[in-house]
Design a binder for this molecule. Structure first.
Ligand SMILES: *Cc1c(COP(=O)(O)O)cnc(C)c1O
Length: 414
């Protein structure tokens, strides 16, 4: 198969492994379980170790199956290089491990995935100052920036309240100030949005979610989009400045983040995720349409106090979401009116499953304050706009009518 430049999203992912020629004509990149890679010529081993020629050294730093997935994610994000990690948190943790030093400052959106929020608290205890701001307004980010600000970190659509960051203007601000802009694209996926388009230098994807898509493997990735000029980054070690500046960031993250931190993706998980990724676009079309229909149903129901979904005209960032994203995502959240017990409501649902994952093919539903945001306490929850009765729905690919009926029925109390 010869490579053509302009294949569509799904065609590119489906046929990507074959571009490099797969062993035995296999159609999937095989699961290579070997930890070590042997070389007949010891000089070649040395030259692979010294980065003078390509090749695998040891499973923690890379593996052919993982590398094939990295190549696919890189194509989806149109990046210059992508690294995979054992989990999404592994990818985010590696960024901070590899790129931050005591005395640095980070500006982060306050509307964050719960464990990322917790990780920031850890980092703060290690001498890195973190300021949380309402990133739906670029002015808040601008006001928080200091001379030692190294990173601005935001999510596209925040989980669970669905606030949409002022992505484009924050990108312009970071570009102007020479600050590394990191966007967690998990909620939108590269099918709905490529953060490179708004100047993100690094893109995070929790592959566990929609990209893998079936809730059967954990994984995460970091993509260097090529948009950031690494010569403006204060924390690159001299040792990693030997190649062209475009390579500095990813080289340091590979060594300090992946190799030393060790949250490496296993080949079996990489295989599951790669198979799931083949249908990302198809699944997103369906889950986004289902989410829109469910959001409309909930919004029109008098027993529902509030619905948060960027596809609704009532959503404060509906305009930005419509402008930047192909569609508004598969996650929504809502609050029931006082007097309706959210646990009783959840127990009446027959299809939607009480569970904490998202981006699965099945619809999953969770009472946020009592589970994933429990540990942080009521005060921090309130500052993040998380009501005690908030229910998050990760909408799956069920037939739309079945899904709507399940929710109507549970609302009516049947
Ligand atoms: C789930 C998630 C992560 C973490 O991914 P894991 O694979 O569960 O570690 C990070 N960011 C967002 C937005 C997520 O939803």
């Amino acid at each position: 198969m010869t490579e053509k430049k302009n294949y569509g999203f799904t065609t590119t992912i489906l046929h990507n492994d074959r571009q490099k020629g797969i062993e035995h004509g296999s159609l999937h990149k095989p699961v290579h379980t070997s930890v070590a890679f042997g070389y007949a010529d010891a000089r070649q081993l040395a030259s692979v170790f010294q980065g003078k020629e390509p090749g695998f050294r040891y499973g923690r730093q890379g593996n052919p199956t993982v590398s094939a997935l990295e190549d696919k994610v890189n194509k989806m994000e149109q990046g210059v290089a992508t690294l995979c990690f054992a989990t999404g948190m592994g990818a985010i943790g590696a960024v901070f491990q590899a790129l931050l030093r005591a005395g640095d400052h980070v500006v982060s959106s306050s509307f964050l995935f719960g464990n990322t929020n917790s990780l920031w608290q850890t980092v703060a205890g290690q001498g890195v100052a973190v300021d949380f701001v309402d990133a739906t307004e670029v002015a808040n980010v601008a006001a928080a920036i200091k001379p030692n600000t190294r990173i601005v970190f935001v999510e596209t659509i925040a989980n669970p309240r669905t606030q949409v960051a002022d992505l484009k203007r924050i990108g312009e601000l970071c570009q102007e100030r020479g600050i590394l802009y990191i966007v967690d694209n998990t909620m939108t996926t590269p099918y709905l949005f490529q953060p490179k388009a708004v100047g993100a230098g690094l893109v995070v994807n929790a592959l566990t979610k929609s990209i893998g898509g079936h809730g059967n493997a954990l994984g995460g990735s970091l993509t260097d989009t090529g948009a950031y000029d690494w010569t403006r980054f204060a924390n690159i070690f001299e040792n990693y400045k030997k190649a062209a500046p475009a390579q500095w960031g990813i080289t340091q993250i590979r060594a300090k983040g992946l190799r030393d931190f060790g949250a490496s993706l296993g080949p079996e998980a990489a295989h599951h995720i790669a198979v799931g990724a083949e249908t990302l676009a198809l699944r997103m079309e369906r889950t986004c349409a289902n989410a829109m229909a469910l959001a409309e149903l909930l919004e029109s129901d008098e027993r529902v106090a509030a619905v948060y979904y960027p596809g609704l005209k009532s959503h404060p960032q509906h305009g930005i979401s419509s402008e930047l994203f192909r569609s508004h995502g598969s996650l929504l959240s809502f609050e029931l009116k006082d007097g309706i017990d959210c646990f009783d409501f959840l127990n009446r649902l027959k299809l939607a499953i009480p569970a904490s994952n998202l981006g699965d093919t099945r619809t999953l539903i969770i009472p946020v304050a009592h589970t994933i945001f429990f540990e942080m306490g009521a005060e921090r929850r309130a500052s993040m706009g998380i009501a005690e009765s908030l229910i998050r729905v990760s909408v799956g690919i069920e037939d739309t009518d079945d899904l709507l009926e399940d929710f109507s029925c549970a609302l009516e109390g049947c």
